[in-house]
Design a protein around this ligand. Structure first.
Ligand SMILES: *Cc1c(COP(=O)(O)O)cnc(C)c1O
Length: 388
């Protein structure tokens, strides 16, 4: 089989921009401060779920994001799970969610028993297409006593769950207006967008509730971890409560007032997250610089484009994204094969969630853009240390 020019041109760019080090898709990097922080946590003896480091980490996240309340948890998926329980997600409630996302987004909906209802994205921004969604809701929903009911399933639609794809903010103002009109709560999956601002304000702080992730491949890692952000004191308190087995505080009694979870972030993870997050701004700048380098290098190559932040987004460029001009699965796979073979950590977009065997029976808009983009997107090596 002869390989196309384009695959080799992409490889040339990677050799030029990335070189021989930091070839992975996204690698964490650790400083002497990180080691120090972990060591101090060990010495404190409080390495587990009761630790000042968790409180300190929450305070730092509050500073960085401007969120009123922050609860740190074991990972982003658990954060989304509890955020959804907190807003009343349960059996027979529907939640509008893009199909282009990591499986965890929709898994968290399913953990609560609620039903994902898949919505379309824009091809330029990879986030929810608000015009199409607005039009769709007008034709698909009935308003009844302040509730929004899906006329085809008779289920109530309670929330809209935007995801800030690869670190680019969704059209938040338009989503908020639509959510208000249809009486929907907004739950932001900001797992990928720590450091990303929408019109100057941090993503994850616009909806009723938002979540972050500190997984090893995210811009800031705690080894594993997540956070729930909310302006709502009661909602935050509820999420904190159920994350620690719903035990009612008492000097000796083990009284649990509802079904709870063991989702608190251990101190060791918080200690790492705390020192890592102090370097966030620097990492965002490096990743934005990496974007410029890729953009420049790909400018002269026909048939592909590097995804640029929309003008309302100050993006963290969590994952750099190459988009083929035309849907061509063979070409996409060839680029992946040629570059992967040389050790570069490329990957395609997630398989469209609405086509996965355990999710394909759930309601959905027409998702032709999502399906088309699946054969056009390739994420490129994106570690900040590539340009440091
Ligand atoms: C990483 C990620 C999550 C889950 O975070 P974990 O900390 O890995 O559980 C959820 N949603 C999206 C979009 C993500 O990228």
């Amino acid at each position: 089989m002869s390989t196309s020019n384009l695959a080799h041109e992409v490889l040339n760019v990677l050799q030029l921009v990335v070189g021989e080090k930091n070839k992975a898709l996204h690698e964490p990097s650790f400083s002497a401060d990180d080691q120090q922080s972990l060591l101090e946590c060990l010495k404190s003896g409080y390495v587990s779920t009761v630790s000042n480091y968790s409180t300190e980490f929450e305070r730092e996240i509050t500073k960085v994001t401007g969120a009123k309340n922050v609860v740190v948890l074991i990972n982003g998926t658990a954060a989304l799970h509890l955020a959804l329980l907190g807003i009343g997600a349960k059996d027979d409630k529907e939640i509008l969610v893009p199909s282009l996302s990591f499986a965890a987004t929709v898994n968290a909906i399913r953990y609560t028993g609620a039903i994902p209802h898949f919505v379309e994205i824009e091809s330029d921004a990879l986030t929810i297409d608000v015009d199409k969604l607005s039009n769709y809701l007008r034709h698909t929903m009935i308003r009844k006593g302040g509730m929004t009911i899906n006329r085809f399933t008779s289920r109530q639609v309670i929330a809209l769950l935007p995801m800030h794809t690869f670190g680019h903010a969704s059209r938040i103002d338009e989503l908020l207006a639509l959510a208000e009109e249809f009486n929907l709560q907004i739950v932001e999956d900001a797992a990928e967008s720590l450091g990303t601002l929408y019109k100057g304000k941090h993503t994850g702080t616009f909806g009723r509730v938002g979540i972050l992730s500190f997984n090893g491949n995210k811009i800031v890692t705690a080894g594993g971890g997540g956070a729930v952000l909310s302006e709502d004191d009661d909602l935050s308190a509820l999420i904190r409560h159920i994350s620690r087995t719903a035990k009612v505080q008492h000097a000796w009694e083990y009284f649990h007032d509802q079904l709870g979870y063991n989702f608190r972030l251990p101190g060791l993870n918080a200690a790492l997250g705390l020192s890592q997050i102090s370097d966030l701004n620097n990492k965002v700048l490096l990743k934005r610089h990496l974007y410029s380098k890729y953009d420049e290098a790909f400018a002269s190559i026909r048939g592909v484009k590097i995804l640029k932040e929309p003008q309302y987004s100050y993006s963290n460029y969590w994952l750099q994204t190459l988009v083929l001009d035309k849907a061509d699965l063979n070409l996409r796979n060839e680029i992946l094969a040629v570059c992967t073979n040389e050790g570069y950590g490329l990957r395609p977009a997630w398989y469209p969630l609405h086509k996965l065997p355990y999710l394909n029976q759930f309601p959905s808009m027409n998702l032709e853009v999502t399906e088309n983009l699946y054969s056009r997107i390739i994420n490129l090596p994106s570690s900040p240390q590539i340009v440091s």
